[in-house]
Design a protein around this ligand. Structure first.
Ligand code: ATP
Length: 473
């Protein structure tokens, strides 16, 4: 594993952002818990996304649909039949891999050796086999390319099988009534099946959107790379319903809109890009990813897909309930087309954490800090009395009480001021407010800025306004 990622993972754990789930039992693979600062950061990201969808667009409303859905939902959506990844086991190490990922890694290794053409033709060969669902062909490719298991070092592979990524469980208390239901692998289907409920009750006119944040579950075969690929994660999806024939304009507009959003979070242009797919999923007529340069390379953070009328049409067919909209402007009934924006809250979290993680040498010493945009920083300010006496703690608490209703702030009086600054740097607090003897005389405090470590003197009365300005977009 890459050392920068390792540093970020241990920082996240040590400073209360992300812990492995059930750690006292040695953890559960690809499942994670968020600690004191992690949950604040994640909530800030979710709120920001929610507000930029539902408040900035008067034609987007929210929804909170259940994780469990009628099992037919997943037949209609295609997930029962085709939400699969090709899986292969190494007989010596008993480790399980995704056949396509093994081949992609081989191609990446060839690229590193400068064998660009070989890498390309390997990926092309894999693409053909995947399209044809030729599983034995995939196994032959793995063997011909002499791909070995990173653990055992051998090429002793089983057959390649399709593996469905949906988790299932039984609903119903007695065996005879029990039936198999799934934990949703995406939040989108809850939006599709509620399309008419929302359209009618919120009196929406096409074009309009429905936004939702919620848990999704995928039994990922390759579950490495920390919170990049989890088995339980949170999605933030927005399905935008449009008149057929206008979907390409909306697809372009949403792609541009979402890229701008990421840049507003402080992601530099050099670390973010769009990748337009030429190979499309069965439901899409156009798709692009927004990719961020993680320590392990450029990878998808968000997908923007033009899903046509695939989902609504299939739900109409399976449910036998019309999924049509009457458009008064063109005097026509139709099944709307859908453009979706789909992002994982956890993957977004990892992006902003990687982007914020900074190691700098200052006067021969390393300084580590998290340079979050103040709007998403878990703690906005720390109130720090210089000493524990002379009335400074009382004054500090008074400031704390004035600000705490509107900002997530902390009050700390233990340890030296330098140590307290360092601690706030490590959790990414943009402002430290120091209360000293002068404060008692003239009602001013020092604000110390995280990124520059510069300090300035401001009046206590200005603090609320200053924080408000700095923590909004
Ligand atoms: P990938 O190719 O990385 O598996 P995907 O193309 O299957 O992703 P989508 O189905 O388009 O992903 O899901 C939309 C978004 O949900 C992704 O861009 C990602 O941010 C997030 N996401 C998907 N799977 C996971 C996962 N296992 N863990 C965390 N986030 C995920």
């Amino acid at each position: 594993e890459n050392t920068q990622l390792k540093d970020i993972i241990s920082h996240a754990k040590e400073y209360g952002f992300v812990y492995p789930s059930s750690e006292i039992y040695d953890g559960l693979q690809a499942v994670y818990d968020y600690g004191a600062y992690g949950v604040e950061l994640k909530n800030n990201l979710k709120r920001l996304w929610w507000e930029s969808m539902t408040r900035l667009n008067d034609n987007i409303v929210g929804l909170d649909s259940a994780i469990f859905m009628h099992p037919t939902t997943w037949k209609a959506s295609g997930h029962v039949d085709s939400f699969n990844d090709p899986m292969v086991d190494n007989k010596d190490s008993k480790k399980r891999y995704r056949a396509d990922v093994l081949i992609e890694e081989k191609a990446a290794a060839l690229r590193k050796e400068g064998k660009e053409e070989e890498a390309k033709s390997l990926l092309a060969a894999m693409g053909k086999l995947l399209d044809a669902e030729d599983l034995s062909g995939l196994r032959d490719l793995i063997i011909n390319e002499d791909i070995t298991c990173p653990i055992s070092g051998t090429a002793n592979w089983t057959d390649v099988r399709q593996f469905n990524l949906m988790f299932s469980t039984q609903v119903g208390s007695v065996a005879e009534d029990a039936s198999t239901i799934y934990l949703r692998p995406e939040t989108a289907q809850g939006i599709f099946v509620n399309f008419l409920n929302v359209q009618k009750t919120a009196r929406m006119k096409v074009p309009f959107g429905i936004a939702q944040i919620g848990k999704a579950f995928r039994n990922e075969i390759v579950a490495r790379q920390f919170i990049f690929r989890m088995r339980e994660f949170e999605q933030m999806e927005m399905q935008f319903f449009v008149r057929p024939g206008t979907e390409m304009e909306w697809y372009q507009a949403w792609g541009a809109n979402r890229l701008k959003w990421h840049k507003a979070l402080g992601i530099p242009d050099s670390h973010i890009r769009t990748y337009v797919h030429d190979k499309l999923a069965h439901y899409a007529n156009a798709a692009m990813d927004i990719e961020f340069e993680f320590p392990f390379g450029f990878k998808e953070v968000e997908g923007i897909h033009s899903r046509t009328d695939f989902d609504l049409k299939n739900h109409q067919e399976f449910s036998k309930k019309k999924q049509q909209y009457f458009d008064p402007e063109v005097n026509q009934n139709y099944i709307p087309y859908v453009v979706e924006t789909s992002i994982g809250a956890d993957r977004l979290f990892l992006m902003v954490l990687c982007n914020a993680y900074t190691e700098e040498e200052v006067a021969g010493k390393m300084r580590t800090y998290l340079k979050f945009h103040p709007a998403i920083a878990p703690v906005k300010a720390a109130i720090l009395p210089l000493t524990k006496k002379d009335g400074l703690p009382e004054k500090g608490k008074e400031i704390f009480d004035r600000l705490k209703y509107d900002f997530n702030i902390v009050y700390e009086e233990a340890a030296s001021i330098g140590k307290r600054y360092t601690r706030q740097d490590l959790i990414g607090t943009p402002f430290c407010i120091a209360v000293d003897h002068q404060t008692l005389e003239d009602n001013t405090v020092t604000i110390r800025h995280r990124d520059t470590t510069e300090q300035e003197r401001v009046s206590i009365d200005e603090l609320h306004g200053r924080l408000g300005e700095a923590t909004s977009f």
